[in-house]
Ligand binder design. Structure first.
Ligand SMILES: NC(=O)c1ccc[n+]([C@@H]2O[C@H](COP(=O)([O-])OP(=O)(O)OC[C@H]3O[C@@H](n4cnc5c(N)ncnc54)[C@H](OP(=O)(O)O)[C@@H]3O)[C@@H](O)[C@H]2O)c1
Length: 231
């Protein structure tokens, strides 16, 4: 899985890394010294965004080295040690269906929220497998699939004028070593903790809670996150 390497030594890939959520995770992790491979359906776009992300992470990095490169999603899936999935739900199954082989044996972190909007606001979409994370696990039988990073606002992740984030990352998964690794990765985000929050069968509530946060954001004009108390 990670061959016993510490999380800071892992190259983290981000599929769909050109969007706000992928860029936001990339810029914060890169500023913490994590090596990042940004993925896209278009390798040239990934390279452009990777240069931009590295440029933004550099002033925040302090003594840490900044290393961000771009590539196609398939190349990133093959080259990274751990991979975050940050594509829209509409493209989730099709993206992962092609990547089972390059992602085999790796920790795959899914932050995709199955969300629709109508005249009443945001609502949760039904996912046949029960949750998006379980869909990923079904498509990637040889990977260690974990759900995490759903409750982080891309706006706050990308806003490096705020050096510290404030919140917790709920981490769900069936493999203890994989969830431990993702909790440690979450802890690389300044001010954040990764909190184990149950098995994959409990991913649905974690994903859907994001939709309540979107409703909070719309009412109060904020970028809400969550904090788990007494841990
Ligand atoms: N934004 C947030 O605050 C936030 C918070 C928590 C969770 N999330 C979740 O994180 C994921 C990414 O969010 P986002 O706001 O960054 O989304 P996004 O901008 O809509 O999409 C991210 C990237 O995915 C790629 N993409 C777009 N459509 C695709 C498709 N049909 N198939 C494969 N790739 C596609 C695009 O990259 P290329 O065109 O370069 O391939 C795009 O830049 C979503 O699933 C969302 O639910 C977002």
């Amino acid at each position: 899985m990670t061959d016993g390497r510490a999380v800071e030594d892992l190259v983290v890939g981000v599929l769909g890394g050109t969007g706000p959520q992928g860029r936001g995770l990339a810029v914060r992790l890169a500023a913490s010294g994590q090596r990042i491979l940004l993925g896209s359906r278009d390798a040239d776009r990934a390279a452009e965004v990777a240069t931009e992300v590295a440029g933004r992470a550099l002033p925040a990095a302090g003594t840490a080295e900044v290393w961000v490169q771009g590539g196609s999603n398939v190349d990133v899936a093959g080259a990274a040690d751990l991979v975050i999935v940050a594509v829209p739900y509409a493209g989730h199954a099709a993206t992962l269906a092609d990547l089972a082989s390059p992602l085999a044996g790796k920790v795959v972190v899914d932050c995709v929220v199955p969300m629709g909007f109508d005249e009443l606001g945001a609502y949760a979409l039904d996912v046949p497998e029960g949750s998006v994370t379980q869909q990923a696990a079904a498509l990637l039988p040889d990977s260690f699939v974990v759900g995490a990073f759903h409750h982080l606002s891309a706006v706050l992740l990308e806003d490096l004028s705020k050096p510290t984030l404030d919140g917790d990352v709920m981490v769900v998964g069936d493999d203890r070593a994989a969830t431990d690794t993702v909790q440690a990765l979450a802890g690389r985000l300044p001010g954040m903790r990764g909190i184990y929050s149950g098995r994959l069968r409990n991913a649905r509530q974690v994903e859907a809670l994001t939709i309540n946060l979107v409703s909070v954001n719309r009412r109060y004009k904020v970028h809400a996150g969550i904090r788990i108390t007494d841990v």
